[in-house]
Design a binder for this molecule. Structure first.
Ligand code: ZN
Length: 55
């Protein structure tokens, strides 16, 4: 099983990588430099808040 993502920068919980919106097929690197969205598995983590820190 491929598991290479760092733990959450905010709370240290496991982070899952969520691909960007599938309605926008990506070819090559994202121009913005964001490949996958990091989603913390801790529902109480501050990274889930609007404008909060990134997981
Ligand atoms: Zn977190």
């Amino acid at each position: 099983m491929y598991f290479d993502n760092r733990p959450c920068d905010v709370c240290g919980s496991e982070v899952r990588l969520k691909a960007h919106d599938s309605s926008t097929p990506l070819r090559g690197p994202d121009p913005d430099g964001t490949v996958d969205e990091r989603v913390c598995t801790n529902p109480d983590c501050a990274s889930h808040e609007d404008g909060g820190p990134q997981a």
